[in-house]
Design a protein around this ligand. Structure first.
Ligand code: HPA
Length: 251
């Protein structure tokens, strides 16, 4: 199996090691960076850092070339593509440190190059996006989590904001009324583009802070993120390792 991973904030050293492979610019331009190839249990994992390489100027969520990134993974022939996303928790039950496999999303982002459709190579298509994440991949990840005892929430709605600023308390209140459990800035257009290319795609979210207006007075979002990031990513790493080590003949 060949698994692609697009790792978000703080995840540049996700599953460290391996060999770096440069990617030539494709029809949609430059990717966020090279991929790093890591072998786990006889399977191949190809990782890309969504916000660019460590040491380079970080690419803001609205400026990520999602089309180039997803295209590159399709060209690399991955069987599945997994996003690792740090998020804020909105509703009760999505506390800091939680690992979540969202099953739904609401897109509040705007102005991003969000489709391949309408170009000469890609005639207009209205892809079915009723279930935005691959059900088979979600099942495999949930099975892996159960096997190794990683606590993984099996559902949740991810609201995608434009960033890079964080939200106002009123924006988060509105998102909660809309049904969002989590807030982040990067699940779209990544998920929609993967669906356009028929790539099996899901995201694993690490809750690193309480969304704006949800934390007790005096608790700063950035301090929360710093406190929760590493442990959350360690759990996500355990999950990915269990997933790749599993017998996945039926991918
Ligand atoms: N809002 C948006 N994106 C985020 C947050 C947040 O609170 N935390 C991590 N990514």
């Amino acid at each position: 199996m060949r698994l692609g991973i697009i790792a978000g904030s703080g995840a540049a050293d996700f599953l460290p090691g391996g060999q770096t492979i440069a990617l030539a610019a494709g029809p949609w331009g430059e990717t966020s960076g090279p991929v790093r190839q890591v072998g786990i249990g006889g399977h191949e994992v190809l990782l890309m850092s969504r916000h660019g390489e460590p040491g380079a100027r970080a690419i803001a969520p609205h400026a990520v070339n999602y089309r180039a990134n997803v295209w590159a993974f399709r060209e690399l022939g991955v069987d599945h593509l997994l996003g690792i996303n740090t998020v804020g928790g909105i509703s009760a039950g999505f506390a800091c440190g939680a690992l979540v496999l969202p099953d739904q999303l609401i897109d509040y982002s705007w102005g991003r190059a969000h489709s391949y459709s309408g170009t000469a190579a890609f005639p207009l298509q209205h892809v079915d996006f009723t279930t935005p994440f691959c059900l088979r991949l979600r099942d495999l990840l949930l099975g892996a989590a159960r096997r190794v005892g990683v606590e993984l929430k099996s559902a949740g709605t991810y609201g995608v904001t434009q960033g890079p600023r964080l939200e106002t308390a009123a924006e988060i209140d509105r998102m909660e009324r809309d049904g969002c459990d989590l807030v982040g800035m990067t699940a779209m257009p990544e998920a929609g583009l993967a669906r356009e290319l028929d790539v099996s795609y899901a995201i694993c979210c690490v809750v690193v802070n309480q969304a704006a207006g949800r934390a007790p007075a005096g608790v700063g979002i950035h301090a929360e993120i710093a406190a929760n990031l590493r442990a959350g990513l360690d759990q996500a790493e355990r999950l990915v390792t269990a997933f790749t080590e599993a017998d996945l003949h039926a991918t």
